[in-house]
Ligand binder design. Structure first.
Ligand code: FDP
Length: 382
């Protein structure tokens, strides 16, 4: 019985590995820019070597070496083409997210919140995440201004080059339940975070703290969005962010994540859209955390996430900290974003408080959102 299970598991793992790696490899092969073309070769090598190891029936062997392909670059290596201060700013965020990942894993939670040690203090995990990011940005020397969703003002960081807006721990209402949560950030050139739009972003990133910790980034000068895994094993790559995926397309597909579902009661367009999903047997995949709920669109390469406004539930998501950075990632990954009539990257960020309704996903799916929900119950900022 045990042997049969092992064989089945091996077969599943092999087909799973192939299914996981092959799309990444085939997507990577489409990459044109120079840092990415070496990734394409790495992706192709990765497919070949994994197929070989599966054929030899060795995929289930426990190994002291990482499951992650040693040919794949680390996040720091991968962004080495970027402008030096942009690199420094991004590296500060990667270091912060690594620390936050560890703090989350070792936090203790009650019904309301999670706490962890920070210095001599017990701090709520979202406060701690906030502090960790500010400290790393200050130390980078490349960050002029930063602003956190927790403290929505522009804070000088003592450096020069770029400014960062971030949501340190998105999904605070589900962290106690041990659902996946995340950090979202956008990096703009210069020293201002108001009077800008998402169109001017130099880079954006989203860390997902789930069973695995991943970081999805997009950056000017490189096509597509790219996923890195925080290696957490006993290999020499422990603690490194290693490239695992290239996201280049989000297709129409029957997967939906419906935020602010209560809005279906007083937004007839949303009600119609929701019923369209039910009538057409879409698969519901919604956790209540925007980071995993949106990240799945890139990983699966299909579907839609919506969070429409309604008369009794006005737009909740802040453009500076969440909507624009995620819009940048989704559009780089081959998807579309919308506030009901235009890309979220074109929403003017006149204050740190600007909020918007939103849809992210496949072009056809977001077109349907614009057609049925549109701006009937919501006035977008021009
Ligand atoms: P949270 O308040 O738990 O931090 O960004 C805010 C957010 O989570 C999103 O992650 C999530 O998609 C949304 O709010 C969920 O809002 P509702 O609980 O109001 O549906």
């Amino acid at each position: 019985m045990k042997a049969a299970c092992a064989c089945l598991a091996t077969a599943l793992l092999c087909s799973g590995v192939e299914a996981f790696v092959a799309p990444a490899g085939s997507r990577a092969l489409a990459i044109k820019s120079s840092p990415a073309s070496s990734l394409a070769q790495a992706g192709a090598r990765s497919v070949a070597s994994r197929q070989q190891s599966c054929a030899a029936g060795s995929a289930l062997r426990m190994s002291s070496t990482s499951q992650v392909d040693s040919a794949q670059p680390t996040l720091e290596e991968w962004i080495s083409f970027a402008e030096p201060k942009l690199q420094k700013t991004m590296i500060a965020m990667f270091a912060a997210c690594k620390e936050i990942a560890y703090k989350i894993r070792t936090a203790s939670c009650d019904k309301m919140a999670c706490f962890n040690e920070f210095g001599d203090e017990q701090l709520a995990i979202d406060v701690l995440a906030n502090n960790v990011i500010f400290e790393n940005l200050k130390a980078s020397g490349a960050c002029a201004t930063a602003s956190s969703e927790e403290t929505p003002v522009e804070d000088p960081m003592g450096g020069s080059g770029y400014s960062v807006a971030f949501d340190p721990l998105d999904g605070s209402s589900i962290i106690d339940t041990n659902f996946a949560v995340g950090t979202i950030f956008g990096v703009w050139p210069g020293d201002r975070l108001v009077g800008i739009t998402g169109r001017q972003l130099s880079a954006a990133g989203m860390a997902v703290y789930g069973p695995r910790t991943t970081m999805t980034v997009a950056i000017e000068g490189a096509e597509y969005a790219h996923e890195f895994l925080l290696v957490d094993d006993f290999s020499g790559r422990h603690g490194q962010w290693v490239k695992t995926n290239t996201f280049s397309t989000i297709e129409d597909g029957k997967l939906f994540a419906p935020g602010n579902l209560r809005g279906t009661q007083d937004n007839p367009g949303y009600n119609q859209l929701f019923n369209y999903y039910l009538d057409n047997k879409y698969q519901l995949r919604y956790t209540g955390g925007m980071v995993p709920d949106v990240n799945q669109l890139m990983v699966k390469g299909k579907g839609i996430f919506v969070n429409p406004a309604s008369p009794s539930a006005s737009a909740k998501l802040r453009v500076l900290y969440e909507v624009a950075p995620i819009g940048y990632l989704i559009e780089k990954a081959g998807g579309k974003s919308s506030d009901g009539e235009k890309s979220v990257l074109d929403i003017p960020i006149s204050t740190t408080e600007v909020r918007s309704q939103v849809a992210y996903g496949a072009v056809g799916e977001v077109d349907r959102f614009e057609e049925l929900v549109g701006t009937k119950m919501y006035t977008p900022l021009k």
